[in-house]
Design a protein around this ligand. Structure first.
Ligand code: SF4
Length: 459
């Protein structure tokens, strides 16, 4: 999971990109970067670290231009290093320069990279954004295709998830894979500034009130004269299948104030909480979310059962998301530093502890222990997603099946392992009722029904 943004036609495009990336910081905290064009050449800046640390006012002053693209990264393919961070930039000797950011994962990466290497295309990273970029540049510079035709060829040849923004000279291209797996929105301000981003919360902060999705298999081309929209033959590219938006964006990844895939994220989460409450069998005194991603699930649970919603766990916001730390040791340390219980609060209470998902089980085990140590009489875990049993190949870091606790232990064994009094996940059929078009989602990490296939490398 990463966050992308593109800004067209603003004298301080870099400042807008910085603000948009800051709004999307939850999507990636390992590195960030931006490429800024004045219509002739790009200035590129990328570094490990958070947006506000990297893009200081001094740095932004150097990034002059009216078109800019940006990225926040958490690594899925390729290591957490600066050379794998985005944007990627290709400068040609006589032609234009090309800069690209993308969010997602390409599952036939090895095959396409080999094909390009056989044609003497060289790579500087292991990152799939560079693969898409070099493919497009090769098609344009060596085979004489137009940029938009080259992107259409990407849609034909590349398997996986990608929401991407490409800047070439004085044009901005936004495009999204035919299954529209990762979110991507765009809009135009009254002053003519066009912005695209992974999540609508980034557009909100930049004053874009009228927002639209970049469609499945769509290319939107923006230049000084017009905004042109091209749609690939998605029925053919999807083999008659429907789009497959990542349901986890609504359950966990996206910000609750975002609007993804035609859904308000917070209201889907609230509906999930209501569903969990409807099948509750135990007497519960208080409902407590694991902040922040489970907050609205707990709100729904609390409203449905009419029992108090309590912020019994306090989160230190300066630690960052535990799930998107790339290493288990860093993750474990993060959990302990990240949460604390309210003093003199849990004594004797029967708690419904709400979380969005259980992946490795390490976070929730620590939290149940903390709450019991604080005096809770019972802790009942209620989880806003079905059991995560299979890895994601489309841009989320669930690296191997063996690390998923639901693959190693039965539900009763997990309950004992985390020392909860009971544990219940929302069922897949209940989860499907919380969105308007349930057939247009990917649920593969619960049921292994991968809409675009899996990576050759077993996870
Ligand atoms: S496998 Fe899971 S996390 Fe990955 S795209 Fe599908 S629903 Fe989302």
């Amino acid at each position: 999971m990463c966050g992308i943004i593109g800004v067209f036609n603003h004298p301080k495009a870099a400042e807008l990109v910085m603000l948009g990336l800051f709004a999307e910081q939850h999507r990636g905290q390992e590195s960030c970067g931006m490429a800024v064009s004045d219509g002739r050449a790009f200035r590129l800046r990328k570094k490990m670290g958070l947006v506000k640390q990297v893009f200081t006012p001094e740095v932004l002053k150097e990034l002059d231009g009216t078109i800019a693209i940006g990225h926040v990264r958490y690594p899925t393919r390729g290591t957490a290093t600066e050379f794998n961070s985005q944007p990627h930039l290709v400068e040609t000797l006589e032609g234009p320069s090309y800069a690209l950011v993308s969010n997602g994962d390409i599952i036939n990466y090895d095959e396409i990279r080999k094909r390009l290497e056989e044609k003497n295309v060289y790579f500087k990273s292991d990152n799939d954004c560079e693969l898409i970029l070099r493919f497009i540049v090769y098609k344009v510079e060596k085979e004489g295709r137009s940029v938009s035709d080259s992107i259409l060829e990407v849609m034909q040849d590349f398997k996986g998830a990608y929401s991407a923004v490409l800047a070439v000279r004085d044009k901005l291209y936004m495009f999204r894979d035919p299954f529209a797996i990762r979110p991507m929105v765009w809009g135009k301000r009254a002053d003519g500034v066009v912005v695209t981003a992974s999540e609508s919360c980034a557009l909100d902060i930049l004053g874009i009130t009228k927002q639209e999705e970049v469609g499945a298999g769509e290319i939107i081309i923006v230049d000084d004269k017009e905004i042109k929209r091209i749609r690939a033959d998605v029925d053919k590219l999807r083999n008659g299948k429907k789009p497959s938006h990542c349901i986890f964006e609504l359950v966990y990844f996206s910000r609750p104030d975002s609007h993804d895939f035609g859904e308000d994220v917070y209201s889907v989460r609230e509906a999930i909480g209501r569903k969990l409450a409807q099948v509750e069998e135990y007497d519960i005194d208080i409902v407590v979310p694991v902040p922040d991603s489970a907050n609205f699930i707990a709100v729904g649970y609390s409203r449905e059962k009419n029992i108090p919603y309590e912020m019994g766990l306090i989160r230190n916001h300066y630690v960052g998301r535990t799930f998107i730390k790339p290493d288990q040791t860093i993750r474990d340390e993060g959990v302990q530093q990240k949460f604390n219980t309210l003093p003199n609060f849990f004594e004797g209470k029967r708690v419904a502890l709400i979380d969005d998902s259980i992946v490795r089980g390490s976070t929730i085990k620590n939290l149940v222990r903390m709450i019991k140590y604080a005096g809770a009489k019972e802790v009942h875990l209620r989880i806003g997603s079905p059991q995560v049993k299979y890895p994601c190949y489309y841009g989320i870091d669930t690296p191997n099946q063996g690390n998923l606790i639901a693959n190693k232990l039965t539900l009763d064994e997990i309950r004992d392992f985390v020392d909860a009094d009971s544990i219940k996940h929302i069922t897949l059929s209940d989860l499907r009722t919380t969105v308007a078009k349930p057939d247009e989602y990917c649920y593969a990490c619960f049921n292994a029904d991968y809409p675009v296939g899996v990576d050759n490398e077993p996870k």
